[in-house]
Design a protein around this ligand. Structure first.
Ligand SMILES: [Zn+2]
Length: 132
């Protein structure tokens, strides 16, 4: 809620202060303030809307590019040549082998493991080694 209020205040400041300055300039030139203040406010609001639409598309593009969870090295399914491929969790991951030209599908498999606490081993304790 506090952020919405802050964004609203910033938006008002970035629209009405410049609009007031434009209207003041026009007022000093021709003596009319209110119509030019309203027109300038509408223009700045329109510019803000367009800027936000373009910015949102840019942000989505950047998010899509950064959604990769890292590159992994995987072998080609046909010739076993290793390739480094970026993995995306929300799409099908494939790559074309640079050696044989075949297209391979990367199959993701997730496993879980228990997190355990390592045993504290005293430095005076010698490790037990089993003799074969
Ligand atoms: Zn291959």
């Amino acid at each position: 809620m506090k952020n919405i209020l802050l964004v609203g205040l910033i938006s008002l400041f970035t629209v009405f202060v410049p609009a007031s300055l434009v209207a003041l300039g026009v007022f000093l030139l021709i003596g009319s303030f209110l119509p030019f203040f309203l027109i300038a406010s509408a223009v700045f609001i329109l510019i803000g809307i367009i800027y936000n639409i373009i910015g949102e598309k840019g942000i989505k593009k950047v998010l899509k590019e950064t959604k990769t969870n890292g590159a992994i090295e995987v072998p080609c399914a046909f010739c076993k040549t290793n390739h480094i491929v970026n993995i995306l969790l929300d799409s099908r991951n494939t790559f074309v082998c640079t050696k044989c030209g075949h297209k391979s599908l990367i199959v993701l498999q997730f496993l879980t493991a228990q997190i355990t606490t390592p045993l504290v081993v005293s430095e005076t304790t010698t490790p037990i080694v089993e003799q074969d």
